[in-house]
Ligand binder design. Structure first.
Ligand code: IPE
Ligand code: IPE
Ligand code: MG
Length: 253
């Protein structure tokens, strides 16, 4: 069902299609990164186990992957599992890993057909062997694709990424006496990806939760109360419309 959305000016209401047309004429955020939060609360509201929320989240991912390239987005990063999420009950963690695996196996051919190129960031070596393997197979299968770059953050932490970058520099150029900004940028998990222009967080929490700490220095933030399993194309379009209203200064006057 198409919704009436907050328009571009002074909260004027307009239809999803109209807003989509308007957004398509504007300059798109090249890279959108999403903190997909609120699955547990979505399930709790329905008296369901938390894993039901994680399962429902897959529809939202599919919608985001479909609408992003239509809006001109080239890179979409999704925060799927943080380095701190291991603190959760072990049934939730193992259920999530199984779900990642199941969903990727189910969706990979369609992603490939849509010319999506899959990538990951995070310390994948700590994931269960079969989950890691499924992602690696997906990365290989889509390696020659030229459409949307879909980056899944798995066992990802922003601090860990910076530490890993510094250690890479130390082990490759131990004679180096001073580190420059470029040294860190060039040794992040995906050095060739531009910084996110827009970071979306669902479920109303206004925090970063160890996501892309280095890369979000000048990203625009958009927080919505919508819980991730309820997030639809219309929400994505709305976030980009809001992004297009912003004046980015990067410290300039
Ligand atoms: C986000 O939803 C998914 C993951 C962190 C894996 P949550 O599971 O954090 O949902 P809430 O925040 O408890 O509602
Ligand atoms: C952030 O959500 C991590 C992911 C979305 C994967 P959390 O639910 O883990 O974040 P906190 O604990 O509320 O900060
Ligand atoms: Mg959460």
């Amino acid at each position: 069902m198409k919704r009436t959305l907050k328009g571009l000016r002074k909260g004027k209401q307009m239809s999803e299609d109209l807003l989509l047309d308007k957004v398509k004429k504007g300059i798109p955020p090249r890279h959108v990164a999403i903190i997909m939060d609120g699955n547990g609360r979505w399930a709790a509201k329905r008296g369901l186990p938390r894993l039901a929320g994680h399962r429902a989240a897959m529809t939202s991912i599919r919608e985001a992957v479909e609408v992003a390239p239509v809006l001109g987005v080239e890179y979409l990063t999704l925060y799927a599992f943080s380095a701190e999420n291991w603190k959760r009950p072990k049934e939730e963690v193992s259920g999530l890993m199984r779900l990642f695996e199941e969903m990727l196996k189910k969706e990979i051919s369609e992603l490939d057909e849509k010319d999506v190129r899959l990538k990951t960031i995070g310390r994948l070596e700590m994931l269960p062997e079969s989950t890691r393997k499924t992602f690696e197979d997906g990365i290989d299968k889509t390696a020659d694709n030229n459409g949307l770059k879909l980056i899944i953050a798995l066992n990802y932490g922003g601090r860990g990424e910076i530490i890993d970058a510094v250690n890479k520099i130390l082990s490759s150029e131990s004679s180096k006496e001073k580190i420059e900004e470029n040294d860190i940028s060039n040794n992040l998990y995906l050095a060739d990806v531009p910084d996110p222009d827009l970071v979306i967080r669902t479920s109303g929490e206004s925090r970063v939760s160890n996501f892309l700490l280095w890369q979000i220095a000048y990203s625009e933030f958009w927080v919505t109360d919508v819980l991730w399993p309820d997030f639809r194309k219309a929400d994505f379009i709305e976030s980009v419309a809001d992004f297009q209203k912003r004046k980015r200064r990067f410290g300039g006057a």
